[in-house]
Design a protein. Structure first.
Length: 104
């Protein structure tokens, strides 16, 4: 269990010109953090079965790359694309940078 109080961001940096006020605020934040920590509860661990399959939405460069990477890791991948061809915006380009290759 963890309760985090960010003194640096919420006190030190904000109140650089008012160190006394920053100290008072820091003490209050720590007291509040302790009070919250006293209310923390253990989160039960639950084990669930997981299937090694993935749904990738979109057949653009990112979707195709994700599908290939997941497939290489042993996942069964289903790729869904709303258009009749894959490629997304890339398929609309004639040539690509930096190699000037055909984009399709």
């Amino acid at each position: 269990m963890l309760e985090f109080v960010n003194i640096r961001e919420h006190c030190s940096f904000v109140h650089m010109s008012e160190p006394e006020e920053a100290t008072i605020k820091a003490i209050e934040l720590i007291k509040a953090g302790i009070a919250r920590a006293n209310l923390l509860e253990v989160v039960p661990t639950k084990i669930v079965p997981v299937k090694k399959s993935a749904l990738v939405v979109g057949g653009g460069i990112a979707g195709l790359t994700a599908a290939i990477d997941l497939g290489n890791e042993g996942f069964k991948v289903t790729l869904v694309e709303k258009k009749s061809t894959t490629g997304g915006r890339m398929a609309q380009l004639d040539r690509t940078f930096p190699t000037d290759d055909c984009s399709i």
